[in-house]
Design a protein around this ligand. Structure first.
Ligand code: AMP
Length: 249
């Protein structure tokens, strides 16, 4: 079985994101970037299949500027076999990513594509679903458990108020939820080995996709600042403030 994982380079989840002064977007210059956390989970799941012998090959794909190669190298150090980098400086929307993934899926013919449930920068939660629709494949989103058996995937999904287990036929697009696994840290020897693993370079043009955005961002704003709390001396004072100041009771 061949498995393809999509890995996006995003602002590191520990970084305090700052809005640009002209409100056209967020500051990315000199900001630490890392692999989208849900994609680390996707890579880990693929590596586990590789180790179990369920998968013969694991390919990591990333789309974006030259620095995406670092994100692919991280996936290779975790255990992916090879990488594909679609290089573009264009700001990519989920539809463009899904179309380019489709073109790569048609070249590589994987049985399984694993993506993150959402990228923590755009919070779109669209790419996996769009890819499944474009391919006419099954999809299982928000996976918190995955079992493969006889050409089917049994996927436990996190839904409002509980868990749902579904069975889908391969080929399938799966999107990862937080509880699917705990991604490993790449060891130093594996980081060194990853430097020798191949990364193919492609352009959107070679994949026959026009990556131009369909949306234009009008304005990006910081969330409203929360006011500091106050300490009250008694229950009576609390009730009084809720009634007369906050006017919520
Ligand atoms: P989104 O639909 O933007 O929330 O992204 C969902 C998932 O699609 C991510 O977790 C990645 O697995 C994949 N993805 C989105 N954009 C890219 C990209 N530029 N390169 C590689 N994978 C991507």
């Amino acid at each position: 079985m061949k498995v393809l994982v999509a890995v996006k380079r995003v602002i590191d989840y520990n970084v305090k994101v700052r809005v640009k002064s002209d409100q056209t977007g967020v500051e990315t210059a000199n900001v630490k970037m890392s692999m989208n956390p849900f994609d680390e989970i996707a890579v880990e799941e693929g590596v586990k299949m590789r180790e179990a012998g369920t998968a013969e090959e694991l390919i990591a794909v990333s789309m974006g500027p030259p620095q995406c190669q670092e994100t692919i190298r991280t996936a290779l150090a975790m255990g992916a076999d090879r990488g594909i980098h679609v290089e573009t400086d264009q700001n990519l929307e989920p539809l463009a990513v899904a179309k380019m993934l489709k073109a790569i899926v048609e070249r590589e013919s994987p049985d399984l594509v694993i993506v993150g449930k959402q990228a923590i920068d755009d919070d779109s939660n669209q790419t996996g679903q769009m890819l499944a629709a474009l391919m006419g494949w099954s999809q299982a989103t928000f996976a918190s458990e995955l079992k493969l058996e006889d050409g089917n995937a049994e996927v436990t999904r996190e839904i409002d108020g509980g868990l749902e287990t579904i069975k889908v036929k391969l080929p399938v697009v799966i999107s990862t939820d937080l509880r699917l696994n705990t991604p490993r840290y790449a060891s130093l020897p594996n980081i060194m080995k990853a430097k020798k693993k191949p990364i193919d370079k492609l352009t959107p043009d070679e994949l026959g996709v026009d990556p131009a955005p369909r949306l234009s961002v009008l304005k990006v704003e910081e969330p409203a600042k929360r006011e500091a709390g106050v300490k009250v001396e008694s229950v009576q004072e609390l009730v009084d403030k809720l009634k007369n100041e906050a006017k919520v009771i």
